[in-house]
Design a protein around this ligand. Structure first.
Ligand code: HDD
Length: 751
């Protein structure tokens, strides 16, 4: 330390206060860099999540990463500096006039540090404040030149880098992930013809038809202004007051009250561009198009009771899930499908394609699969990337154009506008995560936080002094589709917008029995929280127009008589539609594998270690995530005289955090588990939420304790409850196979 002090004569007072040792890191303050966990947490591709698989994360292939490298910073082995690059000698004490005296005004190091800290926060997004994002790529299957000249679609196998942010809508930045809400699904394509943002949701329709109503909708659903409650929830008076007076929201309300609003994971939800867009080819011919993302892992949801409990157990449930899947190399994937249709076809539909409260059933216009989206790299820094990313519906590229959907038209303004406040000025496109891969050349100048240094005297066009540059691209550049419009300038709505109920009924009749029951339950829950009886009744009067059984079931839950139907907005009789099976979640079971499914193995002293190890390996080999749980951390003894590592405790990782469970073999282990009340809670939740459970014969006493019947209410075999015979190897392996099959399937609601 003497050597250090002579080489680095800094902070004499500190040294005299605590002695020379204060100048060096104290024992335990440094970590062994060769330790893989320490290493992983100091490098940028960090794997610091407690629930991931073993080993360092694979290095995801990411096309944008190279470009971001110029701004990535690692402080490994570096000296601490100020923002001006001056090395800081002492980061412990401010500069004082005497050890007990006041702080000197000249302490620029303290002042810089505090000033920066004081300004660390930026405004959160006015909606979609809570979110998580990842990098990846879009890979095109085949040239789509018949329909569009958009470059991501012009070659087979072409990869375009993307950054994708998922979000909830109503909650604040620190709110919980598993609330009932729509989820945002925003994709930024860094294409070779500029940035294209597809800013969608996990639900194909929207609450309102015209951007004029967006601020009203958001004010109604956000916490009530006088007391700022409730957080991240639509279950309150102002929301239901508004929507009950806006019958156009009825279709969306059914989706919002359905399981779609409580997804199991961001990886397991669909995405939709919602609006009708235009595609334009090289010949300037145009077709209409809707964008659909379909997850390879299937579309899956939580149970409401489960979602509520997860909120308490892990408010970051979706954020963690996305992070861990990517860190462990299980890259989430979606297929992009397009619904392509002509203007003439659109004129024939019984609904208006410019109405965002309507969808086009895939049975009417099937999906054309065009490519896949793969997310394979977590951000290096949440703020720099996920928080500062700015999605704008106005960001489109040649080959794609807007439709006249009045909701979309308003969005084109709002997204650019909101970034001015949120990101502090008009140069947000220079923030690395927002910068296109294409070079930017124009005559826009100056503004807050300008990064680039435009050279020369010319900042206008036309010019001769700059050789006429930058010059217009003509037909090679973006040109709007020359749509002919001869209409009066009016405030109003097209006729078919007045049909508020046929597609709400379509959604309802297309749901499975369990899904319907969940919708009824959700309406009952939300409306029970509403305090004003007239609002409750008005909502049910909307539902009478959707389906009598639904309306009656909700009315029963609210203890009210069935009200008369809400008046219709149009005299025109609207169609009664055939069910659309693709609107039910059951239509998207996934790939049947157990990949990334979290399976708890409950064990205690006396467990059959061989059987646990075999099961653990079997789960891992199929891409599942096994975890050994017990009452406390440490080691448990096996009946073979070995020990097993406990990875999590029943108290900290309750059943709602797992997709399936096993009570490990071993009579003594079962007896020990029976003493811990968490075991019974664990079993009950897993059973109640229709998750697969495997227990051995000897663990049946635990089922009895939890009040779990081994057969279904109708007396038939419960396919999700597997009882293995621990003394017979053959039946045990059959049971494991049966269990894995059940884990790979969507939840079976027959319980
Ligand atoms: Fe919006 C954010 C999706 C209607 C105004 N919206 C935002 C985000 C998503 C959506 C996913 C978060 C983007 C991110 O992760 O940063 N919004 C939608 C969809 C809509 C929709 C699918 C209907 C089909 N939105 C909508 C309207 C308006 C806005 C009608 C205003 C006229 N939305 C905004 C915004 C936000 C936003 C205020 C907040 C933060 C941001 O834009 O960047 O401008």
């Amino acid at each position: 330390s003497d050597e250090i002090s002579s080489a680095f004569p800094y902070n004499e007072t500190k040294a005299s206060e605590y002695g020379q040792a204060a100048r060096c890191p104290f024992a335990g303050a440094t970590a062994d860099a060769s330790d893989p966990i320490v290493r992983a947490s100091t490098v940028s591709e960090s794997n610091t999540s407690e629930k991931t698989g073993e080993g360092p994360p694979p290095d995801g292939e990411n096309l944008q990463k190279g470009d971001l490298d110029r701004v990535r910073a690692d402080s490994d082995g570096q000296v601490l500096t100020t923002n001006q690059g001056v090395a800081v000698g002492d980061n412990q004490s401010s500069l004082k006039i005497g050890l007990r005296g006041p702080t000197a005004m000249e302490d620029f190091i303290l002042r810089e540090k505090l000033t920066h800290f004081d300004h660390e926060r930026i405004p959160e997004r006015v909606v979609h404040a809570r979110g998580s994002a990842a990098h990846g790529y879009f890979e095109n299957y085949a040239p789509l030149s018949e329909y569009t000249k958009a470059t991501p679609f012009n070659e087979a196998g072409k990869q375009t880098p993307v950054f994708v942010r998922f979000s909830t809508v109503a909650g604040e930045r620190g709110s919980s992930d598993t609330v009932r809400d729509v989820r945002g699904f925003a994709v930024k394509f860094y294409t070779d013809s500029g940035n294209w943002d597809l800013v969608g949701n996990n639900i194909p329709v929207f609450f309102i038809q015209d951007a004029m109503k967006f601020p009203d909708l958001v004010h109604a659903v956000k916490p009530e202004p006088h007391h700022a409650m409730p957080q991240a929830s639509s279950a309150h008076d102002t929301y239901w007051d508004f929507v009950s007076l806006m019958p156009e929201s009825t279709h969306m309300l059914l989706w919002q009250m359905s399981d779609r609003a409580i997804p199991r994971s961001y990886r397991m939800m669909q995405g939709f561009g919602v609006h009708t867009f235009r595609l334009i080819n090289e010949k300037n011919e145009s077709v209409f198009c809707k964008f659909h993302w379909t997850p390879v892992a299937g579309t899956h949801s939580l149970a409401w009771d489960e979602a509520v409990k997860i909120s308490g157990a892990d408010a970051d449930f979706h954020r963690r899930d996305l992070w861990e899947a990517i860190e462990s190399g299980a890259y989430p994937e979606w297929e992009l499908g397009l619904q392509i249709f002509t203007e003439e076809q659109a004129d024939e539909f019984e609904f208006d394609v410019l109405d965002s409260t309507k969808l086009i059933p895939v049975e009417l216009i099937p999906l054309l699969p065009v490519g896949k989206l793969v997310l394979n790299r977590n951000p290096d820094n949440f703020f720099a990337e996920t928080e500062q990313v700015a999605f704008c519906t106005a960001h489109i590229i040649p080959g794609i154009d807007f439709s006249n959907d009045p909701l979309l038209q308003g969005r084109i303004h709002s997204y650019l506008d909101t970034q001015l406040t949120r990101l502090g000025g008009p140069n947000f496109h220079e923030i690395p995560i927002n910068a296109p891969l294409q070079e930017i050349h124009n005559n826009q100048r100056d503004g807050m936080h300008r990064q680039n240094i435009p050279r020369g005297r010319v900042a206008y066009e036309p010019n001769s002094l700059g050789g006429g540059c930058p010059f217009q691209a003509g037909m090679q550049g973006f040109t709007s589709f020359p749509e002919t419009i001869t209409e009066d300038k009016v405030r109003g709505k097209p006729e078919k917008f007045a049909d508020h109920y046929s597609q709400a009924s379509l959604f309802w009749i297309s749901q499975s029995r369990a899904e319907k029951q969940h919708i009824i339950n959700a309406f009952r829950f939300e409306l029970t929280r509403v305090q004003v009886p007239a609002i409750r009744e008005r909502v049910v009067s909307l539902l009478v127009n959707v389906d009598q059984t639904l309306a009656q079931a909700v009315a029963n839950g609210l203890g009210i008589d069935l009200p008369v139907a809400a008046p219709l907005a149009s005299e025109i009789p609207f169609p009664v539609l055939d069910a659309s099976p693709a609107l039910s979640e059951t239509h998207y079971p996934g790939d049947g594998t157990i990949k990334t499914k979290r399976i708890a193995i409950l064990a205690a002293n006396g467990v059959n270690g061989d059987s646990v190890n075999a099961l653990y390996d079997a789960i891992l080999s199929q891409g599942g995530v096994p975890r050994v749980l017990s009452s406390q951390l440490g080691k448990i003894e096996t009946s073979q005289g070995d020990t097993l590592n406990v990875e999590a405790t029943l108290e900290t990782m309750p059943g709602v955090l797992f997709d399936a469970m096993v009570i490990a073999d071993g009579e003594r282990s079962v007896t020990n588990l029976a003493i811990d009340a968490h075991t019974v809670e664990f079993l009950r939740d897993q059973y109640r939420h229709c998750k697969p459970i495997m227990v051995s014969n000897s663990a049946k006493i635990l089922l009895d304790k939890a009040g779990i019947e081994v057969t279904l209410p109708d007396g038939s075999v419960d396919p999700g409850l597997i009882i293995s015979n621990e003394y017979d190897d053959d039946t045990t392996s059959q049971s494991i196979e049966q269990f894995m099959m059940a884990v790979g399937k969507p939840r079976d609601h027959s319980r």
